[in-house]
Ligand binder design. Sequence first.
Ligand code: FES
Length: 110
Amino acid sequence: MVKVRFVTDKGEKVEAEGEVGISLLEVAQAAGMPLEGTCEGQMACSTCHVILDRDWFRKLPEASEEEEDMLDLAAGVQPTSRLSCQIDLTDALEGLEVHIPPESRDMQGV
Ligand code: FES
């Protein structure tokens, strides 16, 4: 199991863990984080947007072009934003800290 920590938009820290190979989105949802993940990892919604610490961001494999395009549509995007459905847990992510953005609503319905 890989341990990760979520930090909500209110600064609340939530410890969670998940098996190697599942997506960060699944771990977040299991931990009760308000990420909709409407498209279930198809990179078509951006409701799984999370913000990573800079050090962690650098350690992750780079986002694909599709992911970057989708992130452009997400609310409150930061330089260290990622789509959590595109991040699979590995042992190297033990201790990862993930910030949940304040606006994690689906922007497509607007
Ligand atoms: Fe839709 Fe990640 S779940 S882009």
